[in-house]
Design a protein around this ligand. Structure first.
Ligand code: ADP
Length: 293
């Protein structure tokens, strides 16, 4: 399965991507994460991206397209992936179409997480507070000023992708204002409806559908077993009749045969008697002739 998560900063793309990774066993390809790793490692890409990211701008298209193309070729992406934060511009979307075509891969869906802009600042502030609590390093671009700039670049450069993918019948919009698990369920339902996942992909779903199917299955079996005795009785009655018929026919044959045998026996007896009689007559004749002499 290959999907794109689309939404403004703070819409919950990262959170949902991680949950989907656990659920479907596919990888999350987050350009933001990859770029942050490149910055931390001080690679040439990282050096290029550092300032742009800190100010809330967008890293050049060719840089991110190159990163994504290499990442898709890694063995762990063979099962599928979730693109989080990419594409972010129409040229990036076009480049993605091209490279997927070249790699003979199909995009299953683009999930847009729609949120009220007024909620975004709050969400990002909460995220910052939680990261501080956990002792994690806070993102340089998670400040109210930079967030405003990130939102502006989302509106100007990324939002046109909603039109781009809806024209290509790939877009599914989900209400990103719902609770985290409700959003996950809504995404799952969408993916099911699109045929991007099998109902059995997830244990819970499988158990639920099995439970749903059980009464129906039971009813079917009951119906079948209710029919069975009647069928069996009919079959038995039929075979009884057949047996009777067979017995009658058998009896007739035996009778005929017996008659034949009887006739034969009688004929033999007569023949034997006739022979005896004939022999007696002949013997008498001989005795008579001898007496005359
Ligand atoms: P968010 O989605 O919350 O804004 P990300 O972690 O996705 O944050 O991205 C952080 C920053 O990384 C962006 O503000 C941008 O500078 C850079 N970036 C990430 N993905 C892209 C991309 N596809 N194209 C250009 N720049 C990107």
């Amino acid at each position: 399965m290959r999907i794109i998560l689309l939404g403004p900063p703070g819409s919950g793309k990262g959170t949902q991507a991680q949950l989907l990774v656990q659920r479907y066993g596919i990888v999350q390809l987050s350009t933001g994460e990859m770029l942050r790793a490149a910055v931390a490692a001080g690679t040439p890409v990282g050096l290029k991206a550092k300032e742009i990211m800190a100010s809330g701008g967008l890293v050049p298209d060719d840089v991110v397209v190159g990163i994504i193309s290499d990442r898709i070729d890694q063995p762990d992406a063979k099962n599928g992936f979730i693109l989080d934060g990419f594409p972010r511009t129409v040229p990036q979307a076009e480049a993605l179409d091209e490279l997927l075509k070249h790699k003979h891969l199909k995009l299953d869906a683009v999930i847009e997480l729609r949120v009220n802009e007024s909620a975004l600042l709050n969400r990002v502030e909460t995220r910052v507070a939680q990261m501080r609590e956990r002792g994690e390093e806070v993102r340089l671009d998670d400040t109210p000023e930079v967030l405003t700039k990130r939102l502006a670049s989302y509106r100007n450069q990324t939002e046109p992708l909603i039109h781009y993918y809806s024209e290509r019948r790939k877009l599914s919009t989900i209400d990103g204002m719902m609770a985290i698990d409700e959003v996950t369920r809504a995404i799952h339902r969408q993916l099911l409806a699109l045929g991007a996942v099998e109902p059995k992909t997830h244990g819970k779903t499988r158990a639920r559908s099995a439970a749903k199917a059980a009464p129906a299955r039971k009813a079917k079996t009951a119906k079948k077993s209710a029919k069975t005795p009647v069928k069996a009785a009919k079959k038995a009655a039929k075979s009884k009749k057949a047996a009777k018929k067979a017995t009658k026919a058998g009896k007739r044959i035996v009778k005929k045969a017996a008659k034949k045998v009887g006739k034969k026996k009688a004929a033999k007896k007569t023949a034997r008697k006739a022979v005896k009689k004939g022999a007696k007559k002949a013997a008498k004749k001989v005795t008579k002739r001898r007496a005359k002499r």
